[in-house]
Design a protein around this ligand. Structure first.
Ligand code: PLP
Length: 484
């Protein structure tokens, strides 16, 4: 026994470094804080994209080893290999993909969440943390017009997993079994985000029938074409099951006519899912709220706080109008879970989600909403909408540039066409040149085989001077290519 105790104590001492004392915590926090403060203070002068030939390879040159290193050394490796290369998503000069921008208030929430690490898989472990998550879900449910009492939802790691959660719910609500999949039909458009297809695949439904519905002149799903496709499919003996609408497509930022789709869905007994991952929080702005009419009549919706509300990456909400369906599709239990029923006044997040143990995600959104309120978010989103209209008007008036459809939210597409030769090829080279320059970051897409440059505005750090700078950079790179 004595020997056993001696060995235990020896290991305890060796592992003691895992619990830094107050002085060491202050030292570490001060080093990390100095680092992040320097990052934030120098951010406005940093390019949006840093071309660095090393591409982070130095990470491998410092292997994971038995002994630790000084915090300064770890931060040096981080700076050289992570910070000083590639895209800076938190830069206001990032206009690619969907450009959110993590907030300091959220970072503090994440810091606290990681220290306390409340268990939010089950209600009884930390009812307050679970209620915090449900408060956010109810707030979002109310925003889209679902009854906050009947709706249920969950905070997932992002839009793709939130979408998977909704697709599985729709599958179960329709009572689909594997033998039915080949006849079950899903309706969407060529602008639907690929996370829907991916979710169908992961849900085991690769073999279901996928019907690409025609779009109208504004590239939105055409409700009449949807109704016709459903009739045709039914006549063929197929089982129309799910229609997905977009409240902000990734390509163009356009919003489907959700009210009209909901009518067709209801008449035909389809589950109506809305992908509002990017566009959903624009409902906070008076400028575009009416575009979302009909979202309240959908069966499920995905909204990404890590886009429109600027939390760090890793926050997507799945909300189901009839919460019972979400619960039926996800509830599981086991013998070793029996203690989770202690004082259980509400559902556990694990009952309505694919996850059990999970990050305490709510705090990264709750803390900013508590500290600054909703009003600044409304103003920021309205500013982005108007900035997009401004950029669109500027490109429209610039010689040689061609613009795509009038932007509905905060994404526009454009290209330079006054070239000899292949327009697509010129714009591809233009994107490469802008990437090499790095001052700003934009991306591209194909709209019916036309290579278009996308300009997406979402960051709370993007303002009128930032977009003016971006337009100057783009014009400069066009001129360089033209004279090369
Ligand atoms: C419209 C839309 N839906 C879904 C997603 C997927 O969300 P996530 O990247 O959080 O998985 C995105 C991502 O950009 C999106 O733009």
């Amino acid at each position: 026994m004595e020997e056993l105790v001696r060995q235990i104590k020896a290991f305890e001492e060796q592992a003691g470094v895992m619990e830094p004392d107050a002085a060491r915590r202050r030292e570490l926090l001060s080093a990390v804080n100095d680092y992040t403060e320097n990052f934030l203070e120098t951010l406005p002068d940093r390019p949006a994209y840093i071309n660095n030939d090393e591409m982070g390879r130095g990470i491998y040159q410092s292997p994971i080893s038995e002994q630790g290193m000084a915090v300064e050394e770890a931060l040096r490796i981080y700076k050289e290999n992570v910070d000083d290369q590639g895209l800076s998503p938190v830069s206001g000069k990032f206009f690619g993909y969907i450009p959110p921008c993590s907030m300091y208030y959220s970072a503090l929430g994440d810091y606290m969440a990681a220290i306390m690490d409340e268990f939010t898989g089950d209600f009884s472990s930390c009812p307050g943390a679970v209620r915090m998550e449900y408060q956010l879900i109810k707030w979002m449910a109310d925003l889209v017009g679902y009854s906050p009492d009947a709706a249920k939802g969950v905070l997932a790691s992002g839009g793709s997993i939130a979408t998977l959660t909704c697709i599985v719910t729709a599958r179960e609500a329709h009572g689909l079994k594997a033998r039915d999949y080949e006849k079950a039909v899903v309706y969407y458009t060529r602008f639907t985000h690929h996370c829907i297809d991916k979710a169908l695949h992961i849900a085991g439904m690769t073999d279901c029938v996928k019907r690409e519905v025609a779009t109208d002149a504004q590239f939105r799903l055409d409700p009449a074409a949807l109704a016709e496709a459903i009739d045709n499919d039914r006549a063929r003996g197929l089982d129309p099951w799910l229609v997905t609408g977009s409240a902000g497509t990734t390509d163009l930022g356009n919003v489907d006519q959700l009210d009209k789709i909901s009518v067709v869905a209801k008449e035909n007994g389809l589950w109506f899912h809305v992908d509002a991952a990017y566009g959903g929080f624009f409902i906070l702005s008076d400028l575009v709220r009416d575009k979302f009419t009909g979202i309240a009549l959908s069966d499920s919706v995905v909204m990404n706080p890590h886009k429109g509300l600027h939390t760090p990456f890793g926050l997507g909400a799945a909300i189901v109008r009839d919460g019972e369906q979400l619960y039926k599709a996800h509830f599981y239990t086991a013998n070793y879970m029996q203690d989770t029923f202690f004082d259980k006044e509400d559902l556990s997040p694990a009952d309505v989600s694919p996850e059990l143990t999970r990050h305490f995600r709510a705090l990264r959104l709750w803390l900013p909403l508590k500290l600054i309120g909703v009003a600044p978010f409304r103003a920021m989103l309205s500013e982005k909408l108007l900035l997009t209209r401004y950029v669109y008007a500027r490109f429209k008036s610039l010689p040689g540039f061609e613009v795509g459809p009038e932007p509905e939210l905060s994404i526009l597409v454009f290209r330079y066409t006054d070239v000899e030769g292949d327009v697509n090829e010129f714009n591809r080279k233009l994107i490469e040149a802008i990437r090499r320059d790095g001052a700003i970051f934009i991306t591209s897409t194909l709209i019916d085989n036309d290579y278009m440059l996308r300009f997406a505005i979402l960051s709370y750090r993007t303002h009128i001077d930032t977009v003016d700078l971006a337009i100057d950079v783009i014009r400069r790179e066009v001129n360089k290519l033209l004279t090369a």
